[in-house]
Design a protein around this ligand. Structure first.
Ligand SMILES: Nc1ncnc2c1ncn2[C@@H]1O[C@H](COP(=O)(O)OP(=O)(O)OP(=O)(O)O)[C@@H](O)[C@H]1O
Ligand SMILES: [Mg+2]
Length: 275
């Protein structure tokens, strides 16, 4: 890790989140990480689902330690970070009921100390969150430079996503949102969904949403998940793999990282509310 140390690199922190569960956040996050590395980036993934973490499984590995032991002050961050692919590291999420609300100031300071060692190591940190608007999910999202919301054709998806945008904007002053549509038939359906939510956000909250792209429903992806593989590795020519590659390209062209809201320390400080 230290050989890659580069003080000028500011890590872009991007959360992948949704109002409802099972929309493809973890699958997209893992494949997106892979495509970002192919564009020359070093990526750190944070499994921000502290209750039902599964990102390690997406990469076909089983991790023993998780962020839970870090939050409890039992392990150092560097000891739980594991390498899951070329230029991809993962901070595994727990499988308990730990909440950021329960951390003492001492635990938070201890963690912040360790975070400073990660500064400049990664180009991206992708945060895979749990669905919904629980406190921990909101902390993770509000700490990220960019909140990417996964939208699906499910009838309640637009309203659920809007509710998430609304609380993040009104309570946490978040303004950087982008939309990824998943499980769609084609680009037309994707654009229709995007318009529905972006019109509502623009009109009611004066928030501008960016369009990042879409992923079609693809049985290759479903089969890859079942066999604990990344579709972009097992079936790189599949429609979903192409789509996520496109997503990675669009993501790298977003440049909204201001001096004041970039980097690892900002993210963790904000997440733990010690900034
Ligand atoms: N584009 C797609 N085509 C086909 N199936 C998909 C697609 N995207 C997601 N799925 C299916 O949806 C399932 C759930 O995906 P995933 O676990 O990534 O969702 P999630 O949003 O992370 O869920 P949770 O909210 O529970 O964390 C996958 O196992 C896969 O079978
Ligand atoms: Mg998930």
């Amino acid at each position: 890790m230290s050989s890659m140390y580069n003080k000028t690199r500011v890590t872009k922190t991007i959360s992948l989140t949704s109002g409802k569960g099972g929309v493809g956040k973890s699958t997209i996050a893992a494949n997106l990480a892979l495509h970002l590395t192919k564009l020359g980036n070093r990526v750190l993934m944070l499994d921000g689902d502290f209750g039902m973490a599964n990102l390690d499984i997406m990469f076909g590995v089983n991790t023993r330690d998780s962020i839970e032991s870090v939050l409890l002050g039992q392990k150092e961050l560097k000891d739980v970070i594991c390498n899951v692919g070329e230029n991809i590291d993962l901070i595994p999420g727990g499988s308990g009921v730990y909440s950021l609300n329960r951390m003492s100031m001492f635990q938070k300071r201890f963690l912040m100390d360790q975070v400073s060692k990660l500064e400049g190591v990664y180009d991206y940190m992708l945060i895979d969150t749990a669905p919904g608007i629980d406190d921990d999910v909101l902390y993770l999202n509000s700490a990220a430079n960019e909140v990417s919301i996964i939208l699906t054709p499910d009838p309640s998806s637009v309203l659920d996503s809007y509710a998430l945008i609304k609380v993040l904007n009104q309570k946490y002053k978040e303004v950087n949102f982008s939309i990824i549509t998943n499980l769609v038939k084609d680009k037309n359906e994707s654009i229709r969904l995007f318009r529905a939510i972006s019109d509502m956000a623009e009109e009611k909250l004066c928030v501008h949403l960016k369009y990042l792209g879409y992923i079609p429903t693809d049985t290759n992806l479903r089969n890859a998940v079942k066999s604990r593989q990344l579709v972009s590795l097992s079936n790189p020519r599949s429609p979903s793999s192409f789509a996520i590659k496109n997503l990675a390209q669009n993501m790298s062209s977003i440049n909204n990282i201001s001096e004041s809201k970039g980097g690892m320390q900002f993210f963790w400080g904000q997440m733990l509310n010690v900034a």
